[in-house]
Design a protein around this ligand. Structure first.
Ligand SMILES: Nc1ncnc2c1ncn2[C@@H]1O[C@H](COP(=O)(O)OP(=O)(O)O)[C@@H](O)[C@H]1O
Ligand SMILES: [Mg+2]
Length: 240
């Protein structure tokens, strides 16, 4: 379980998160909803150690992770599928996936059967299977996004952070991404999900938080947020 308690973080002197608290229980999907610039990506970055929190506590399965280096946090089982297309462009699809499992090769995480998990990932992401030897940089944007998600699962993670997995994708791929999230959920993968399609995110999630200008304004069971008039008006309007 991931627990964020009174987290404050930002960039330089600019504070973006003003003390947010979020819990992601084991086996659950929790979504963070908010407008552009609300601080969703900053939250993800603070959790995975890409930026250092200025205050507050973050724990992963009871262990403090705030202030630790990213590689250390990854070893503890936190996988981050970042916003944008952050894959290793000059490496093949399969090598990107193996890199996701890196801490399992070094003994920092239980090894298990990496090659079997790689095949499982290929089944979950058929588009990657067809392109397994292709260099990641030559994949389409949508395929790169899927590769980033698949790479995150290769850690055999305790918690996965998914930051806008459907960003920039054609509608048919957006549906595919949500189907994959649904299947990962079925496998018991614990996830913190940020999505522009708030209605779809609330449909797959168990619980949701609304982030406004770096503060949690509302939280509750996803089902409840979906029917909340204020949430509907602000985030579920127009075609989402
Ligand atoms: N690298 C950065 N340096 C300075 N400010 C940033 C940086 N990244 C994001 N911000 C600012 O932090 C705020 C929150 O951004 P972000 O967390 O990306 O929002 P969201 O993901 O919810 O759209 C915005 O005002 C944004 O301009
Ligand atoms: Mg963002």
């Amino acid at each position: 379980m991931l627990k964020i308690d009174k987290l404050q973080a930002g960039y330089g002197k600019v504070e973006v998160l003003h003390g947010i608290s979020v819990e992601v229980p084991k086996g659950k999907v929790v979504t963070l909803i908010g407008s552009n610039g609300a601080g969703k990506t900053t939250t993800m970055r603070a959790v995975s150690g890409m930026i250092a929190p200025t205050s507050g506590e973050i724990t992963l399965n009871g262990k403090r992770i705030d202030g630790l280096e990213s590689y250390h946090i990854a070893r503890l089982g936190l996988a981050h599928s970042p916003e944008g297309r952050r894959v290793f462009a000059t490496m093949s699809v399969t090598d990107n996936l193996r890199l996701g499992a890196f801490p399992r090769y070094t003994g920092a995480r239980p090894k298990g059967d990496v090659e079997a998990d790689l095949e499982k990932a290929m089944e979950l992401f058929p588009r990657l299977k067809e392109r397994r030897q292709q260099l990641a940089g030559t994949l389409s944007g949508g395929e790169q996004q899927m590769l980033a998600m698949a790479r995150a699962t290769m850690l055999n993670p305790e918690v996965v952070l998914l930051d806008e997995p459907s960003m920039g994708l054609a509608p048919i791929l957006v549906d595919e991404v949500f189907r994959i999230i649904e299947r990962l959920k079925g496998q018991g993968v614990t996830m913190l999900l940020v999505e522009q399609f708030a209605a779809a995110a609330l449909a797959v999630a168990d619980y949701g938080y609304v982030l406004e200008n770096g503060r949690i304004s509302l939280h509750g069971p996803a089902e409840k947020l979906r029917t909340d008039p204020a949430v509907k008006a602000a985030y579920l309007g127009g075609g989402h």
